[in-house]
Design a binder for this molecule. Structure first.
Ligand code: GDG
Length: 466
């Protein structure tokens, strides 16, 4: 059997033992099964003057290969091109993209550095799985170094419509680099369609059907692999967690008021100001609910070094402060807004005691919070998920209360509907959503992707016809 080589911008700190949750667990368990290498950046956020040699850590049959990044590399590749160009572009925020040539050059340079450092670790039968928008050029850099192995790429964030994508001055180079992969994975069919449309409109390639595409004289497969969570594990964590001190104390502090919860990295894609305004609309239109419900918004800071984030951080704080000032009373604060991260178990417990989960990103590749909220519910008395139509998760979770996240009145109405939904309807929606996320959990996601990435002679299923 092939070994697996995973490359991601960040690698979970191997010194902290196996990861506790999320994507890292899935990759870790695939690596444990197949044996192999996990390469990426150490995550030292200030960068170093000169990157030292690769740092190796062995854990079981996984070799972690960690690289430092210089301050300049970090500024151009990570803060610059990845997070000030590709991230806003793919989330439809052209107003925030900063097309600086030097960041673009830094992006390609760091991808070359990653490839050069990884090259000596690759064995002939390895299959290689590269993650996310930071590392698009890695396959072509590896090919340049003579790597003929199967290489797959998974895009965790949306692929935008061609009109948006073509504003990127180097869009041809990005597509050219993607054609060096054997398999491209996207979150939804919609992303795959957008990608195929870009090939067609630019006249550089085409969708050949059956998941095959061609561009720049190369053929590759492209397919949707909607990412999931470990549903059974998350459900049991949530069930346990409601008995914990932290969750009990929080529940008591809400004094019997119905809890509405939002959990998001502090990111402009998550629709936080619209959400807060929507909550305000709800309170204005439904005065009977004033004093009877609280929105708990858990929002750990992220990417504070990127321009655009500090403005947005100020705006979100202002909106929350304004609503609290206008609507709050002596003994009731409508919004409890915190910029700290909460432990994973506590988070699971909070989802479970909440009556409503508000997940209203303006654009999101998938959104795992939506799936976690569903998994955490008490099947006998489940809360209601209010979900943005523009989250990838809405494709599977169509039994949620779906909203247009730009429409604050619609958010307000959805909150009212969710809070007053009868038990029978809640159970029906929960059951439908649970069935979907259980069918397509995180182990299925990695097994499906890796199954397709295997060389044909090792596949257990029928190969896709050429
Ligand atoms: C990208 C794509 C795609 C959040 N706050 C706390 C906390 N979290 C955890 C959540 C969840 C994760 O972080 C966030 O995942 P999302 O999927 O919601 O969003 P992104 O971070 O933007 O992820 C996204 C994902 O990649 C995977 O492909 O779904 O579309 O943008 O697991 O629970 N965890 C803890 N404390 C917090 O305060 N412990």
């Amino acid at each position: 059997m092939s070994r697996l080589v995973v490359v991601s911008n960040r690698v979970p700190d191997p010194a902290k033992g196996p990861p506790a949750g999320g994507l890292a667990v899935a990759l870790n368990s695939a690596l444990e099964k197949m044996g192999g290498v996990w390469m990426g950046w150490t995550g030292k956020s200030s960068g170093v003057k000169e990157p030292g040699p690769l740092q190796f850590v062995e854990r079981g049959n996984i070799t972690f290969a960690l690289t430092d990044l210089s301050r300049r590399d970090l500024a151009e590749y990570y803060t610059g091109f990845a997070n000030s160009v590709l991230w806003p572009l793919c989330h439809y925020r052209l107003d925030l993209t900063e097309y600086a040539r030097k960041d673009m050059a830094g992006y390609f340079r760091v991808n070359r550095l990653f490839a050069e450092r990884l090259r000596p670790l690759i064995q002939p039968d390895d299959i290689i799985w590269i993650h996310d928008y930071h590392l698009i050029p890695m396959a072509s850099e590896l090919r340049r170094l003579g790597v003929g192995n199967r290489i797959g790429f998974f895009m965790h964030i949306p692929w935008p419509s061609p009109d948006v994508f073509f504003t990127l001055p180097v869009h041809e180079a990005i597509i050219d680099n993607l054609t060096a992969y054997d398999l491209l994975g996207f979150q939804t069919e919609h992303d795959v369609e957008n990608f195929a449309l870009a090939l067609k409109r630019d006249g550089i390639g085409r969708d050949m059907g059956d998941g095959w595409m061609a561009a720049y004289g190369r053929r590759f497969q492209a397919k949707a692999f909607p990412i999931g969570i470990d549903v059974a594990e998350f459900a049991s964590t949530a069930k346990e967690a409601v008995r914990s001190k932290a969750v009990k104390r929080t529940a008591v502090s809400f004094a019997g008021r119905d809890l509405i919860i939002g959990v998001d990295r502090l990111d402009y894609s998550k629709g936080l100001t619209h959400r807060i305004d929507g909550f305000e609309r709800f309170l204005i239109a439904n005065p009977a609910w004033r004093g009877r419900t609280t929105l708990l918004q858990v929002t750990p800071k992220s990417r504070s070094e990127v321009q655009g984030y500090s403005d947005m951080q100020r705006q979100v704080a202002e909106h929350a402060g304004r609503v609290n000032g206008a609507m709050g009373t002596l003994d009731w604060t409508p919004i409890r807004y915190i910029n700290q991260s909460v432990g994973r178990n506590t988070l699971a417990g909070l989802y479970r005691i909440a009556r409503v989960g508000l997940v209203t990103p303006l654009r999101d590749g998938m959104n795992l919070v939506a799936k976690e909220f569903v998994a955490a519910q008490n099947p006998a008395d489940p809360g209601v998920l209010v979900l943005s139509r523009f989250a990838g998760a809405a494709r599977e979770l169509d039994a949620a209360v779906l909203v247009n996240p730009y429409d604050v009145e619609a958010i307000g109405n959805a909150i009212a509907r969710a809070l007053s939904m009868p038990l029978e309807a809640r159970v029906e929606r929960y059951t439908a959503m649970m069935a979907r996320i259980e069918q397509n959990d995180i182990s299925k996601w990695s097994a499906d992707f890796l199954g397709m990435l295997q060389p044909e002679e090792q596949r257990t299923t029928e190969p896709v016809p050429a």
